[in-house]
Design a protein around this ligand. Structure first.
Ligand SMILES: C[S@@+](CC[C@H](N)C(=O)[O-])C[C@H]1O[C@@H](n2cnc3c(N)ncnc32)[C@H](O)[C@@H]1O
Length: 219
């Protein structure tokens, strides 16, 4: 099945709210735990979260790594408003800040000590822009962790995954999940993107039936 693009930004207020209220505890905490397992020596510094959405992952990182500060970037205003609210409620406004901006427009080279991104890449029409920006943003020697959905073989298989993992979820969330699976990349496509961007030191791992993870140190 060919990739079918979905809208880049999640900027419909209702869509953002439904996403913010969904239970991504297992996935998001798993992402934080994976970062700590892969990079146990990373305990302080500035982390950049590309496509941070409603801020749950920055909050989890800030709690897990108390000497880190985090900048979340998302170009959806409703998402950034929800993220700011979540951070205020968590009492972490002194260590987490947000920028409402497309990651493609971020200025600054070698400014952060680590970069993370969960579930952004499938939104992006040109994935090479993402890898390019990721590499530019971090200081040499910085860890990166990127996770996203895997595109299934067919629309029918995508529907099976939605039914398996989001059976009782609101319709908007099920629709977005389905469209995201169709817009996602295969493991081979991610491998080609990394090769084209000279990022072959990063490792790709398929961690379950619907996610890939790319990790490593950017030199
Ligand atoms: C599926 S959500 C993931 C949110 C968060 N990372 C998480 O795992 O909960 C993807 C987010 O990426 C944002 N996004 C998409 N394209 C973007 C871009 N070019 N620049 C910044 N944010 C973008 C969307 O607005 C949306 O909030």
């Amino acid at each position: 099945m060919e990739r079918i693009l979905e809208p880049e930004l999640m900027d419909d207020p209702e869509q953002a709210l439904v996403y913010a209220r969904a239970d991504f505890e297992q996935e998001n905490q798993g992402f934080v735990d994976r970062f700590r397992e892969y990079f146990p020596e990373f305990t302080e510094g500035h982390i950049l979260d590309l496509g941070c959405g409603p801020g749950d992952i920055p909050v989890r990182f800030a709690r897990a790594l108390p000497s880190c500060r985090i900048t979340g970037v998302d170009a959806s205003e409703p998402m950034v408003r929800l993220a700011e609210e979540a951070v205020r409620e968590a009492g972490l406004s002194n260590r987490i800040t947000f920028r409402c901006e497309r990651f493609q427009d971020l200025a600054g080279v070698s400014t952060v000590d680590a970069a993370i991104s969960n579930s952004l890449l499938h939104h992006v029409p040109n994935p090479l822009q993402f890898w390019h920006k990721l590499r530019l943003a971090v200081k040499p020697g910085s860890p990166v962790l990127v996770m996203d959905l895997l595109r299934p073989e067919s629309p029918e298989e995508a529907q099976v995954i939605v039914d398996r993992y989001a059976s009782g979820a609101p319709d908007i969330l099920r629709r977005d999940f389905y469209n995201s699976l169709l817009a996602a990349f295969t493991e081979d496509e991610i491998g080609s993107q990394l090769a084209r961007m000279n990022l072959t030191r990063l490792l790709i791992d398929v961690v379950d039936d619907r996610h890939w993870v790319v990790s490593g140190i950017i030199h």
